[in-house]
Design a protein. Structure first.
Ligand code: AMP
Length: 124
């Protein structure tokens, strides 16, 4: 079910619950700014989600509302996750869905990392 990428933030969303430890996730990275875990329904051999620790609905919300430290910390974490998973040499794709036309489903900003095979052109 697509969601709006606009505030208000719903603290009952599934990624907020993962951040609070209320439901499990197959975690691969965590620091002060970000948490990364495997997608529950992978669409590539490697499909990892990276989410900020702060309560942001979408990229629109995060890019407008996050502090410089949060922005830098999050995007450095995305790069660190990809590097730690050995994705830099073969390559990977980053993707963030924002709002209904992009079919965003979870209203907590997240970046998808896809890798592990040739990923084809940008849009299906
Ligand atoms: P999006 O359409 O960009 O909002 O993508 C949401 C992603 O979250 C989808 O790829 C789902 O498979 C994934 N997802 C939903 N619930 C979970 C969960 N509990 N653990 C891991 N990934 C999840």
């Amino acid at each position: 079910m697509p969601v709006s990428g606009l505030p208000p933030y719903d603290p009952s969303n599934v990624f907020a619950r993962i951040l609070r430890g209320e439901i499990p996730a197959n975690r691969v990275f965590e620091n002060e700014w970000a948490l990364a875990f495997h997608d529950i329904a992978p669409q590539a051999p490697v499909h990892v989600l990276v989410i900020p620790k702060g309560a942001y609905v979408s990229f629109a919300d995060f890019s407008a509302g996050a502090s410089e430290a949060e922005l830098a910390g999050f995007f450095r974490a995305v790069g660190a996750v990809a590097k730690s998973l050995g994705l830099e040499a073969p390559g990977y794709r980053m993707l963030a869905n924002m709002g209904p036309d992009a079919l965003q489903e979870v209203p907590h900003f997240h970046v998808h990392l896809f890798a592990g095979r040739s990923l084809g052109r940008m849009l299906a």
